[in-house]
Design a protein around this ligand. Sequence first.
Ligand code: ZN
Length: 980
Amino acid sequence: MPSAPKREPPSNTGCMNLDEMESGEEEIENAMEQALVPSKSAVVEWPGDVSLYRLRNRTIMEDIRVRSHAEATSTQMPTNNDYTVGWACALQEEYIAAQLFLDEKHGKPQALAANDTNAYTLGCMGQHNVVITVFPAGDSGTACAAAVVTHMVHSFPNVKIGLMVGIGGGAPTADRDIRLGDIVVSWPKDGHAGVFQYDFGKTIQNQSFKQEKFLNQPPPALRSAIQDLQAEHRVTPHQLDKAIQEVLRRNPRLQKEFCRPKLTCDRLYRSEVVHPEGQTSCAGCGGNLETRDERTEDEDNPAVHYGLIASANQVMKDARIRDKLAAQKGVLCFEMEAAGLMNTFPCLVVRGISDYADSHKNDTWKGYAAMAATAYVKDLLRSMTFSCVKAEKPIQEGLKELSETVTGMKSEVNELTRRQHEQLHRDVLDWLLVINCAPQHDQLKKHRNDNCGQWLLNDPEFLNWKACMNHTLDCKGIEGAGKTFATSMVIDHLEGSYGNSGAVGIAYLYFNSKEQWGVNESLSDLLSQLAVDASTIDIVKTLHGKHQWKRTRPMQGELLEALKSVIAVYSRTFIILDALDEIAELCRETLLSKLVDLQRTTKLNLFTTSRLHIRTEILYLGTAAVVSLDIVPTDEDIRRYLLDRTKDLPTFVRRDPKLQEDIIDTIARYAEAIFLLARLNFETLLDETSKRNVRDSLQRLEKRSKSMPSEHSNSEVLAMAYTQTIKRLENQHPNRHKLARQTLSWILYSKRALTASELQTALAIRDNDSSFDPTGISDIDIIIESCKGLLISSANSRGVTVRFMHSTAQEYFMGQGNEVIHPEAYLAFTCITHLTFDVFKDPCYDEASMDERHSRYPLYQYAAGNWGRHAEQISEDASDPIMKFLECAPKVRSAWQSSEVSFKSPAGHDWAAEGNPLYAVAPFNLPKIVEMLNARGYNTPCEDEGRRPWDGNMSRRVADQLLQGMRALSASGIQAAHEE
Ligand SMILES: [Zn+2]
């Protein structure tokens, strides 16, 4: 059973340490008096022979003194059982502060539980005997905290009140004036306990805090003492700063480290100001401070705040996340240990604020903050009575559970740390992965027939390329020869040969004409695929750290440097690039020259495919060994493909083996070594309704093929097949036909690949709509089906996008096929109709409402950025709807806000602010509209009222460049990474 402290504590102001106590004459006299009374503990055993000898040779007086002192020690000093308050610190500064505020020091414990290696300081504070421990130097975090307190409550079984006292990072907000040196006390609020745990790894990536875990409340004795103290402090100002000064006066050596720093050292930077990496001082951070008035006489300084403390295994050094948690959860303070204790060790967490949990974190306030937290705790213990504590249950009773879970917790924390590392690595790779061709590769794998193209993998040139370092294999083939399928086979073959070894790097890109990825995007994506090894993480982490908060993308030089370092980690690296002819020539040349450069210094093999022969380009660029190979599907390849596809035919054909044989024969005979042609011709059979119709269809194919001039191009024969597909489109139900025409028009003319939801929204908008009717949405499957095999959907980093199944389809519709679909004007009018929806008359006032708008209206951003580019192509007079939109200033402002293109005119006019609709027309070539706006009184501020408002201020060439740059911006939706 616990008992009251054996000594009455001295007055609160005094602090007597053990040395003073031992040499105090009065103490000795008292001890002697007691020792003269015979008692059962008169025999004193001294360890060791020498001591014994000395004891025997003492004078009587000496003997009495020794005996009496020993007796005083054994009967009057508290035993381990007498300590009821357990106090844990993480840092040495906190441990020192705790010792300085003890009313009395008791020396070291007599005995400790097995395996307990903690350091302890014993003493008393107020009416309580207090045991203080500190975490081993260098250890911090929740797992360590749990282990330390476990030992403490084993060695001191009557500890009933747990305290975690030290420093933390404050989270000031407009409502909470938290300053350095202030004190934050964990306090239950809104049904939540005073401490909550958050998973830092998650925080970064999702910007949400799903993993939060609210922890136990502090014990009732503490909570009522706090309420008492709160009430007291409301009436009489607290004396914490005075108490600290008094302690420091008595310990002048500590003055420098623990006194209150000057007010000018309390600098709260605005959240967006990030401290430059590697710099110790904030000299480079400028004067971007939040302005705060000095505290008045009536305000407590330091102030004590009660509320939520957030705890995690990592240091919070990020003002944005800090602000988010402060706003969403009301978090006042961040620290690293409490989460490890709270659920099994009921404790109060008291933190002196030593920094603002941001990147400017430094140690200036550490000492004072530790003193402030400790001074508060002393005040708190003073206001808590011994009897209150007596009523509490010993923590150890709840400890059985803790000791069982601590082992599990340790491994859980290790696991968590490992996962956080992995998560960070994944986050960095995701950040680099702007294209992501993996879904497309998976799709190709699913649809290809592995027997086709096997010849390529057995070809001596291929085998030679695979075996030799730094070789390039350049595969060329005609349209639809199956180059992309061949590429996917090569990737799988390499992954099969080397994939699991980890010693060989493999990365690939499937280019397509609609996406038009740039050099940097391509390099970034390749880097992301190659930097998967744990040994490469630091290379990409550095890059990420440099750019993440400025929201910039790495520059070309940085990407190449990183790529070089990453490739150096592997014994060999293969980079595979499909359809090089589908990206812009300039981009292709730059990309190839950079990769050939890399080949000179690293062990890098390149595999490329294209329609054009790019061998000369590569030879021209460098000295790499280049071999060319033609990709031509064999007749057998095509037959295998067709055999594989027979499962898609109507049932009545599948039941007729002879008919199937005829289908394969006829189509293969006229396939001209073009997979695509075989595929298109095969698909025309899918809608047939009887065997007879199938045979008719095959006859027509034969007739058409024979009627082709003997010298015909591949595109001619493909065009013929596309024309057959168009017939299938037209023979559908009128609504499906209309859907197909509109869809193909969007796919053909859209300025970038559309996501499925953008396309669905676009197709759901009708002329004269003034609001969005979601019941007009068609399923994406129906949309794709209505286009009869011309489209495919594929997933990339922006979600599911829809595009032409083959680039030749795009070419076909750009040429002769465009008569069968809607003209580009349809896109312009749909965009303008969308922008004039009533709901857009109010602009968004914050990021959240903007995000909501974009997710509710997926096409809106596209429409806002591209309406004018489509309108440029309209030949008829489209000025009415355009003017109707432009003269509604709020809707124009909303569109401007979403369009991702923001600039001021070169003369510095902020067009949007002036309410001049010309700013919305400025990025586009719409001279007639400019003229009409001028006529209605909207004037360009420059003298020369040229076609575009800014023309007068700069040369036409510069204006064009600006325009181009902006278009690229709005098309890619990616923040420009300015190339030096
Ligand atoms: Zn700084």
